[in-house]
Design a protein around this ligand. Structure first.
Ligand code: GLU
Length: 476
């Protein structure tokens, strides 16, 4: 991780922010207002487990309330601390502004190793943590809406939603108090895959721009590109799966806790994922070379490097040795400010976290809207859309017969054309549109301003500009 000379995660985010605002003409004092974290609540609570009272420490940090509710995940990890939660909350503010989800930024964390506890114990701990946050409106559909992050998932979100409902029995919008819930508990199709899917859409969009690819020294399409993925958790797994199964990319190396596996012809991601689930690590996976020294995987020769796990993994210690010409930050803060500078000097193109991993919060937004509208996307239109498409198909076939044209629609075309969009297709379409539009807004700044040389600063300029405008319209 970070070395002694390396700033903390929050300082690193601040340094990147400062580099961007230096290029902006903000009203006096606005820079400081946006930079600071508005409030961080620390809670220490006890739960009676295994014959004694166990004390846990949790945080919920609100970085910016220029829009409410504020949004951001809840992380379960022993490494959680105030500095980390505040850095992540700040990134949420910039992320939401960049992809135009109408939220301020927040983040939460619980200092716990979830693997040490049984599910029923985790439920008790989660409900108690949620209780502490709910009673202070730090979980609330109109004020603060958590979501999954590292160490949490659908299950924890369902417990949180249920806890909120128990404490607010007459709130008709209670399901919107948290996103990332399972489909049967008010969730939305495509939320679990959303962040990884967003990484795929981000890369697809990058590869639509030959000029941008040229800056990274890349050409052609994603087909056959060699990709190294660090971390095969929810984000890394889905990104690697979609990129290899749908875009023809080769995942040549996967780095996990216990080491790295490599195969120049591409790893079978689904098989590797199952192997990790069954064995707890990548060691012993067939059809790949294994090395215990996972860190060297980051330095492998490849076209794209996707750090999808922890912050600070690309730092002053290894930045110089990173060979990838393109880095996609699927994790939050995987590149420290110092490493960022080294990589920029080397000409590495970095697709920044606040854009690359925004798929999660984007689909969270769709889920929140679905919960508030109390109806599934597509429920009203789907069959009507199908009926209209069918009308056209029948009419075309009638015309073709009556004019002896003899056209025949192929079965595949007819089936696909006639089908109205369900929730999953609508979610994917909304996510794709969001990732394309956000890339365009960064790209414009990147190419049009002579003083902007990288996508990270471009992303900050776009998002800080939006946050500043929002504060100004509030009279600040
Ligand atoms: N934890 C995710 C993130 O870092 C998702 C946040 C959300 O959906 O609110 O973006």
């Amino acid at each position: 991780m970070a070395t002694d000379q390396e700033p903390s995660f929050r300082q690193s985010v601040d340094m990147m922010f400062t580099r961007a605002v230096a290029l902006m003409d903000l009203p006096p004092g606005m820079e400081e207002k946006i930079r600071v974290c508005n409030a961080t609540y620390t809670v220490r609570f006890g739960v009676r487990l295994r014959g004694k009272v166990q004390t846990f420490t949790g945080y919920r940090s609100v970085h910016s309330e220029h829009m409410e509710p504020v949004k951001g995940g809840i992380r379960y990890s022993v490494a959680v601390n105030q500095d980390e939660v505040e850095a992540l909350a700040a990134l949420m503010t910039y992320k939401c502004a960049l992809v135009e989800t109408p939220f301020g930024g927040s983040k939460g964390g619980l200092c716990i190793d979830p693997r040490e506890w049984e599910p029923h114990e985790l439920e008790q701990i989660t409900r108690r943590f949620a209780y502490e946050l709910i009673k202070r409106d730090l979980i609330n559909p109109a004020q603060n809406v958590p979501a999954p992050d590292m160490g949490t998932g659908e299950r924890e979100m369902a417990w949180i939603a249920d806890q909120f409902r128990r404490m607010n029995t007459t709130d008709i919008n209670s399901a919107a108090c948290v996103t990332g819930k399972p489909p049967h508990a008010g969730g939305i199709a495509g939320r679990v895959e959303a962040t990884g899917r967003g990484v795929e859409y981000a890369l697809q969009e990058f590869f639509r721009h030959p000029e941008d690819m040229k800056i990274a020294g890349l050409s052609g399409s994603l087909d056959g590109k060699r990709i190294v993925v660090q971390g095969l958790g929810n984000v890394g797994y889905h990104a690697a799966k979609f990129l290899s199964e749908e875009d023809g990319a080769k995942i040549t190396c996967v780095i996990e806790r216990d080491g790295a596996v490599m195969n120049p012809d591409g790893l079978d991601i689904e098989a590797l994922y199952q192997h990790i689930r069954e064995n707890g690590g990548v060691a012993g996976f067939d059809g790949a070379t294994y090395t215990q020294n996972g860190a060297i995987g980051l330095e492998e020769e490849c076209d794209v490097l996707i750090p999808a796990a922890l912050e600070g993994v690309i730092n002053l210690n290894n930045a110089e040795r990173i060979k990838a010409p393109l880095i996609v930050e699927a994790a939050n803060g995987p590149v420290t400010a110092g490493a960022d500078e080294i990589l920029r000097k080397k000409g590495t193109v970095i697709i920044p976290d606040m854009y690359a991993n925004a798929g999660g919060v984007t689909v969270s937004y769709f889920e929140w809207v679905k919960n508030l509208s109390h109806i599934r996307f597509g429920r009203m239109q789907r069959r009507q859309e199908e009926a209209r498409h069918n009308l056209l198909a029948v009419e075309l076939e009638r015309l073709s017969k009556s004019s002896d044209l003899q056209w025949q629609m192929s079965d595949g075309f007819k089936k696909n054309y006639l089908r109205g969009a369900g929730e999953l297709e609508l979610v994917r379409s909304g996510l794709d549109d969001t990732m394309r539009a956000a890339y365009q807004s960064m790209r414009e700044v990147w190419h049009e301003r002579d003083d902007v040389h990288d996508l990270r600063v471009a992303a900050y300029l776009v998002s800080i500009g939006r946050v500043a405008m929002s504060y100004q319209s509030k009279g600040l």
